[in-house]
Design a protein around this ligand. Structure first.
Ligand SMILES: Nc1ncnc2c1ncn2[C@@H]1O[C@H](COP(=O)(O)OP(=O)(O)OP(=O)(O)O)[C@@H](O)[C@H]1O
Ligand SMILES: [Mg+2]
Length: 281
């Protein structure tokens, strides 16, 4: 099952459309969830009962709208709706436990104007136990390319598996992007690197990192793309030509187990197309 969170915003509408298309491709039902957070700021300890009814009705109306989007876009997809009371982030995270994929918009109705990512999408991208697709960017023409961030670490295996499977379902190319930079040596500026040697080794590491997944997908068309750039820059740049960018929730040096690795966080903030964050195993 695919789950999508709907709050009535334009981004959430785009998320419902994405989820409907994925449900068709992945041949799985779709569940649309709206969480009614009655008193997020504890404004009222004893709310008048008619307020609750009004909120519930508004929630059902939203869900009916979202269901309508799915029915007109992908009429063969099985769709159900669910109204949940509580915090949207926690509700979606719980729903994600049974889901193959969770789809949300990068923004919702709340937040402040300049925010690049809402708190709900940030939370679920960091905590959901399934891949989370965050819809962002203008919807452009189909590019036929899925970008995946590659590191020489087995931690990126789930992200690679997701990216190759999405590419297979869509008949798209996979672009395996690895960004690397020289370390900044403040105290030894005279240190000289053999750049060609480093580049060759980076490329070899990428080839090795994707060997296993390529065996699973022998027909996949893959471009190995090593760039001397910060990984966030490299992936953001590549996202301009992609339908989806796939990253792992954490990288190899997730020392402190922050909510999200710095690369995933950066890509979620800056990518020009939807981003899938895949939890590491
Ligand atoms: N009440 C909700 N029920 C279900 N899904 C929701 C709800 N609120 C948000 N979402 C999902 O999360 C996505 C991002 O919204 P989010 O709430 O994170 O951003 P925001 O409203 O701009 O900022 P914030 O709420 O953090 O102030 C939405 O596009 C939607 O998919
Ligand atoms: Mg919100």
């Amino acid at each position: 099952m695919i789950v999508t969170g709907f709050d009535g915003s334009a981004a959430a509408r785009a998320a419902v459309e994405w989820a409907a298309d994925d449900a068709l491709r992945m041949n799985t039902p779709l569940r649309i969830v709206h969480a009614v957070d009655r008193w997020p700021y504890q404004i009222a300890k004893f709310p008048p009962p008619e307020w609750s009814d009004a909120m519930e009705q508004a929630g059902e109306k939203l869900l009916a709208e979202a269901e309508g989007i799915v029915r007109s876009r992908q009429p063969t997809v099985t769709v159900e709706t669910r109204l949940i009371e509580g915090s949207p982030a926690l509700a979606l995270r719980e729903e994600a436990v049974q889901a193959a994929e969770l789809v949300v918009g990068s923004r919702g109705l709340g937040g402040f104007a300049g925010a690049l990512l809402g708190s709900v999408s940030m939370h679920v991208a960091g905590y959901a136990p399934c891949p989370v697709v965050v819809i962002r960017g203008e919807r452009g023409p189909v590019r036929g390319e899925i970008v995946v961030g590659v590191e020489d670490s087995s931690d990126c295996a789930p992200a690679l598996a997701y990216a190759f499977e999405q590419a297979r379902l869509r008949g798209s190319t996979v672009r395996a992007v690895h960004g690397w930079q020289l370390p900044v040596h403040v105290y030894s500026p005279g240190f000289v690197y053999d750049l060609d040697d480093i580049k060759n080794r980076q490329l070899k590491a990428v080839t090795e990192a994707i060997t296993a997944v390529r065996k699973e997908h022998p027909d996949a068309i893959v471009v190995e793309d090593v760039r001397q750039q910060h990984p966030v820059e490299a992936l953001t740049e590549a996202s301009k030509q992609a339908d989806l960018v796939v990253v792992g929730s954490h990288g190899a040096n997730a020392l402190e187990r922050a909510l999200l690795g710095s690369v995933s966080r950066g890509v979620l903030h800056h990518a020009h197309c939807p981003v899938a964050v895949v939890p590491i195993a």
